[in-house]
Design a protein around this ligand. Structure first.
Ligand SMILES: NC(=O)c1ccc[n+]([C@@H]2O[C@H](COP(=O)([O-])OP(=O)(O)OC[C@H]3O[C@@H](n4cnc5c(N)ncnc54)[C@H](OP(=O)(O)O)[C@@H]3O)[C@@H](O)[C@H]2O)c1
Length: 282
């Protein structure tokens, strides 16, 4: 793992292993049902004056319902931190995080994201249309725009937060796609950005995160392919191999950077609270 201090005071982390070297805001009567089930909402927990325990973090997460986000939510809740899931769909989030298994989890749809971000210790931004699909011109547009739109929204909400309620940290996902691809070159954090489509997406995605104009530590995580049995690339490949339809990809000599989902989640967890990430220099 290496860290660099970018312009704008952001830390960029690239972690690569290579195989060769409820916020149930009242929109319906269901909010009362959830309250009785002891699921918290931002309004009620803030209004009741519930104090934050020492060392307890309140973390708002976009893309929390995804492959990486789900593990991060589990990790944070296991350590008794408070989590606010910023989602496009409350019903989808509730199906992934049932109240009985996630007491105290706050789930918020977009109009309520601002209330969640205010008073959070940190925001982790993981949202975006999956890139592992056929790249039609429309999908390519969506891959880029979904990331920039969500990141810009999060940044606008941070920038408009009252100072005393402003999160201290923004951890925003990006990818090793920033560097482009090469069959021979090895990339590190000093490497320039590439010339292809994914590099362009990553540059604009990172630039959106760097628009924060508050005293917020920004951590950009340029991640390789995330592997784990429950999702991502590996979950797509395993069934083929189980049917004996797997085999070497390409020439079999190429390599790619990868990280196990638990290692990535541990890295995000560490970066949430470890201010050393702010002072690491190129
Ligand atoms: N997995 C990898 O190998 C890998 C590698 C490098 C970088 N990354 C980046 O890390 C982030 C998280 O990865 P992941 O694998 O956990 O992603 P994922 O499983 O595809 O989940 C991403 C989440 O983003 C939200 N989302 C999906 N489409 C969206 C859209 N059109 N507009 C706004 N939000 C949308 C969804 O949350 P809601 O439905 O709850 O809103 C979804 O759960 C992504 O930005 C990804 O590009 C992942």
């Amino acid at each position: 793992m290496k860290m660099e201090l970018c312009g704008h005071g952001a830390t960029t982390i690239t972690w690569a292993k290579s195989i060769s070297p409820p916020l149930h805001f009242p929109r319906s009567s269901s909010v009362w049902r959830f309250r009785r089930m002891n699921t918290s909402c931002v309004n009620s927990s803030l209004d009741s004056g519930e104090s934050q325990k020492a060392d307890e973090m309140i973390v708002s997460i976009t893309g929390a319902t995804g492959f990486i986000g789900k593990r991060l939510v589990q990790r944070l809740q296991a350590d008794n931190h408070r989590v606010r899931v910023l989602t496009r769909s409350r019903s989808k989030a509730l199906s992934i995080f049932p109240v009985r298994d996630h007491p105290g989890l706050v789930i918020a749809e977009e109009p309520e994201w601002g209330k969640c971000i205010q008073g959070s210790t940190a925001v982790v931004n993981l949202a975006g249309t999956p890139i592992s699909q056929r790249w039609s011109p429309e999908i390519k547009k969506d891959i880029k725009e979904s990331r920039i739109k969500v990141t810009s929204k999060v940044v606008d909400l941070i920038n408009s937060s009252q100072d005393e309620l402003c999160p201290k940290v923004l951890i925003s996902a990006t990818a090793v796609g920033y560097y482009g691809t090469s069959e021979t070159r090895v990339f590190d954090e000093n490497s320039p950005s590439g010339n292809d489509y994914l590099a362009e997406v990553c540059r604009e995605w990172e630039a959106a995160a760097l628009r924060v104009n508050k005293d917020v530590r920004i951590v950009l995580i340029r991640t390789g392919i995330v592997l784990g049995k429950e999702g991502g690339a590996l979950a797509k490949m395993i069934p083929l191999f189980k049917m004996f339809a797997g085999g070497p990809l390409g020439s079999g000599t190429q390599w790619f950077s990868w990280i196990h989902v638990d290692d990535l989640v541990n890295l995000i967890y560490e970066a949430l609270s470890n201010s050393a990430y702010k002072v690491c220099v190129l």
